[in-house]
Design a protein around this ligand. Structure first.
Ligand SMILES: [Fe+2]
Length: 507
């Protein structure tokens, strides 16, 4: 056993003989021993050595035993101090005990007694230290666990908030938001069902626009009637309503175990209400769920506002551009309503060719604006009644690029812009402005090219009357693979045979 492992005793007494004997006795017993003749010497030792137990006399010159006990108590209250005195009195005994002394022995004392006492206090000290260590370890462990829990909760919270934000930000139509809100609400809270109601100003009655059910089952039909009154209260109060555990809450059917209603406010006006409930299982809503749902409705509200704002800007811009086209066409009796008809025809072909709703919207938009670039062509060329010179035709040929630039400057409508730019390309690569060939020409532009040509031949011109429809169809058919995409021509013929392409009656 080395010095560090051996327990160390400090023996303090002004009787040198006793100190010597005690030293010898305890060293023989395997202890490490320091001795001092008075309190002051003992203090010096305590400053540099780690002591496990201290025996001290009471009456010593200079610093006495009582003072020393006080010093040790301040230094390290776990060091046991045993008083060994030849002049015991009740007062001194009481005072020493007050100073943290653990035992009080009266001289003359046998060393075996000292040893027994030492064994006991050292055992107690070891237990005491082990206890403190364990307690600290336990405290440390539970503090760590609490921090871990807090961290896990925070990460979970951030993930949930992030999921809400990213789901909502990817939506660009108000109608999709409500379904997204109910889907997210069900997923986040584990609700059996969630619904979104819009509040109608006129009838002051919630109107359901979306619903989602959780793993438990299907949406039940009777939910709204049962809680309509509660919903209207939430609408009027404008604050969320949470029933964690339904204990006969007024207006809430017994079968609903847990319930939440969260208003969606746009500029402080309640626009709609998100309703969630649990009808079975262990899920119960809590304040955290309410926090998530409030965050969800708040963000859904800003998304709705943004979309409305965007739609408004979009409508305004489109109306302005469309007004240009109409003004342009109005000046030329031969092209009046041309763009409108081309748009309608293009949409029919696109529909028959299996295009999506989005693509049909795009071609409708592009169709109505496809010749907008003609506002950059001089009137004397544009409105010239006779045949155009090559130079004049070159000027006309610029209109697809000018049109695409007008649309492109607005920083949106990329696909519409492409259609406008390439609506005069030919399938065999001899068109303009770039001479694109075959499938290099955007698909919707290939559709618009057929509709555009049909309407041109179906209209009077200054130098010719409009053609008969059979003649037009022959021309278009013959141009399949040269001017037009043969697949588009095939569908166009099919529509014609079905009676869906008719000659336009113009006023
Ligand atoms: Fe054109």
């Amino acid at each position: 056993m080395n010095d560090k492992e051996r327990e160390t005793i400090l023996f303090v007494d002004d009787e040198e003989g006793l100190v010597e004997l005690a030293g010898e006795y305890f060293r023989r017993k395997g202890f490490r021993l320091f001795t001092a003749k008075n309190g002051a010497e003992a203090v010096e030792i305590l400053k540099h050595e780690s002591i496990d137990c201290c025996f001290t006399d009471l009456n010593m010159p200079g610093m006495d035993g009582l003072e020393l006990a006080g010093y040790i108590r301040q230094l390290d209250s776990s060091i046991p101090v045993i008083v060994v005195t030849g002049y015991p009195s009740l007062d001194s005994a009481v005072n020493t005990l007050k100073n943290g002394v653990v035992d009080f022995l009266v001289k003359p004392v046998r060393f075996s007694m000292l040893e027994a006492c030492l064994g006991r206090v050292l055992r107690e000290r070891r237990l005491f230290i082990d206890n403190i260590f364990l307690k600290k370890k336990l405290e440390g462990k539970s503090r760590l666990e609490a921090l871990n829990r807090e961290l896990t909760n925070k990460v979970e919270e951030l993930n949930t908030l992030n999921m809400i934000m990213s789901n909502l930000s990817s939506i660009d139509a108000s109608s999709d938001i409500f379904k997204c809100v109910t889907d997210l609400a069900t997923e986040i809270t584990n609700a059996d069902e969630s619904r979104f109601y819009v509040i109608n100003d006129d009838i002051q009655q919630p109107f359901q626009v979306a619903a989602s059910c959780g793993s438990a089952g299907e949406i039940c039909d009777d939910g709204l009637d049962d809680v309509a009154e509660l919903l209207m209260e939430t609408v009027n109060d404008k604050i969320p309503f949470l029933v964690a555990e339904n204990k006969n809450v007024r207006g809430l059917p017994e079968k609903i175990l847990s319930f939440m209603a969260v208003p969606l406010k746009i500029r402080e006006r309640v626009f709609g209400i998100l309703v969630l409930h649990v009808i079975g299982g262990d899920t119960r809503f809590d304040k955290k769920d309410l926090f998530y749902m409030s965050f969800l409705t708040m963000n859904a509200a800003s998304s709705i506002e943004n979309i409305a704002l965007y739609d408004n800007i979009f409508d305004n811009l489109f109306s302005t551009l469309y007004a240009f086209v109409q003004a342009l066409e109005a000046r030329d009796p031969y092209t009046r309503q041309h763009s409108d008809r081309v748009a309608r025809l293009s949409v029919s072909i696109a529909g028959e060719m299996g295009c999506s709703k989005e693509e049909m919207d795009i071609i409708d938009f592009a169709g109505r604006l496809h010749d907008i670039g003609k506002i950059g062509v001089m009137d004397k060329v544009l409105l010239k009644p006779g045949k155009l010179t090559d130079e004049e035709f070159d000027m006309i040929k610029k209109h697809p690029v000018i049109g695409a630039k007008i649309i492109g400057q607005l920083g949106m409508w990329d696909r519409e812009q492409e259609i406008i730019k390439y609506h005069h390309e030919r399938f065999d690569g001899t068109g303009y402005p770039e001479g694109l060939k075959g499938e290099k020409i955007p698909f919707l532009a290939r559709i618009l090219a057929v509709a555009d040509a049909f309407d041109a031949m179906d209209s009077d011109r200054a130098y010719r009357k409009k053609m008969e429809i059979e003649r037009i169809m022959d021309i278009i058919n013959e141009a399949a693979g040269t001017q037009f995409d043969p697949d588009v021509v095939k569908v166009f013929q099919k529509l014609y045979k079905q009676g869906n392409i008719q000659q336009t009656k113009k006023e």
